[in-house]
Design a protein around this ligand. Sequence first.
Ligand SMILES: C[S@@+](CC[C@H](N)C(=O)[O-])C[C@H]1O[C@@H](n2cnc3c(N)ncnc32)[C@H](O)[C@@H]1O
Length: 186
Amino acid sequence: MQLTTLAQNFIAASPLISPLAIDATCGNGNDTIFLARLVGDDGHVYAFDTQAIAIQASQQYLITENFSRRASLHQISHTDILSVLPEFCMGNIGACMFNLGYLPGSDQLWTTQTLSTLGALEICSELLCIGGKMSVLCYPGHTTGAEETKAVVKWFKSLNSKRFGCAKPARSQNPKSPILLCLTRL
Ligand SMILES: C[S@@+](CC[C@H](N)C(=O)[O-])C[C@H]1O[C@@H](n2cnc3c(N)ncnc32)[C@H](O)[C@@H]1O
């Protein structure tokens, strides 16, 4: 099974504690649509990407699926999430997804970067409600991604086990294969 599907299965395994969600790297909008479906009519997805083409693709996908009212798209870095997130979201996010790396078919220069990723992970993990879930999909198969994956796995392992339940990372034997990290706010 693809790790993108495993990430979605982890998020959907139990009903969301809060119908507020974050897609920290919306790309073509696959996770945004998945989350929009999950949060329902009364919920909302806050989606982020630094690239205009990603925002446009996600916008189009939301229109096609008739979910435009369930999500807002922001062309800003996930490190700046707090500048647009409404006050009522603080500590009340039921699900957050990071799919790191670069948009397939687009310029690899737009790939996520270690320092901003770590900053955003720190912020988003603190935004989760008790029982809120976060998935982080890392791609060590390219140079920037290898360094980023190492730092993200280190961050994941350093989390306080009284505050976060961390699942065993999902990965194959190949060191260049993607890794999925899943956590739950306790
Ligand atoms: C692997 S793609 C995401 C794929 C997406 N989840 C989907 O379903 O299509 C990674 C995305 O992260 C975006 N990105 C890179 N740096 C970012 C940042 N600092 N903040 C938000 N998004 C960023 C890239 O532009 C790219 O679209």
